[in-house]
Design a protein around this ligand. Sequence first.
Ligand code: ADP
Ligand code: MG
Length: 452
Amino acid sequence: MTEKQSAQHVWEAALGELQLQVNKSNYHTWLKGTTGLNSQDGQFIIGVPNTFVAEYLDRNQRSLIEKVLTDLTQQEMRVQFQIHDSPAKTLVRPDNRIKPVSPHQARMPLFNPKYTFDSFVVGNGNQLAFAAAHGIAENPGHSYNPLFIHAGPGLGKTHLLQSIGNLAQAHDMKVIYVSAEQYTNELMTALREKKMEDFRGKYRNADMLLVDDIQFFSGKEQTGESFFHTFNELHNSSRQIAVTSDQRPKDIPSLPERLRSRLEWGLVTDIQPPDFKTRLAILQNKADEKGIDVSVDILEVIALQVQQNIRALEGALNRVIAYAKLIKTGLTPELVNQALRDVAANEEKKTVTPLLIIEAVVNSFQLTPTDLKSRKKDEATVLARQVAMYLIRQETDCSLDEVGKELGGRSPATVSYSYQKIATSLNDCPSLQRKVFDIQQRLYTVSAPAGR
Ligand code: ADP
Ligand code: MG
């Protein structure tokens, strides 16, 4: 037996022991898929898939692992973690699944470029979900299938799901991302127009399927059943599925039982509200992203006030930034408190609504809401409409479908295309950037009357 084989042998025994000592999701996330690379002179080298796992194990499980290895080998063992891409885990993709991307798809990237793993701040409440999401994006179909992420509103479910999509798409995978609502609408349209073959074909051909807010299937038996079959087809051929929900599978009411049990097959993990340190790091990140310098004591005041929802946390930061521009004297913690007075109380409520966004956009472009919802195709109206779609997506929880409805019944594909177009233009066009930023600021300085 070579040193390498024997290291692997020992490591497999150690994994058997570790599996008994740590909880199941912990084992699946951090230990499963690691390898024994080498063992020499009391040094044991463990191969791990990425730096994140290396850091986690090093910080949290080093002593346990060393104890297990020492017991097994009857020799004092020190461990080292090394990034190692195990050949068994690399993606195998049969040729018949590689389909050329249609020009339509090429024109319409599905993912928000803002939502990447890089821009996701990892803290206590979300590190498991982050690692699992990252793991399946790097190694689809081989670790946890499906991945099920549940959390309350504004805690990063969509951000993580989109990050998976962004990364997998960069690896040339054919990824389908839909909200459960959008899936339902597509299914209904396919049934009505007798286009079920197309519908099935679309989903059957995906390398990866990401479904956001799956609690929407609750009580919708036909959709649940349809999704059960889609799920099976993909799962049977090891294609990766990831879903998010505001509840764990067992708590989603009226979901077909066999779908529920499938959803529990892989890894079910949650995201907890961020602790103070994480909230502060998120605020720092968002301020950096906007290229705005906000002092730490100001960020601390915001982080103290808004605790349960990261979308609200960002909203509070935007509000403070807008405030700072208005009063030119510079911010003090007292002024921040004033700017945030009703944010904290309204934390769970959305303060910005599609209606407010449409109002702000038409004011800025000197148009009317009717123009925006009409079929008018002149350059100014089209741009304003696209900006409105972009902002509604950005600032509210609305699905593509809902955004389309708010703007005179545009299709989800149009909304997605518009979103992407504005997101790209913002990078190249400072005047548009200024305009959109001004609208955003106005949204957060004019406080929304309750119930709108
Ligand atoms: P959910 O889908 O759970 O309602 P989102 O994914 O839409 O929440 O997140 C709401 C906002 O908070 C988004 O702008 C997202 O980028 C941001 N966000 C959430 N979690 C994090 C995080 N850990 N790091 C950075 N930004 C985050
Ligand atoms: Mg979401």
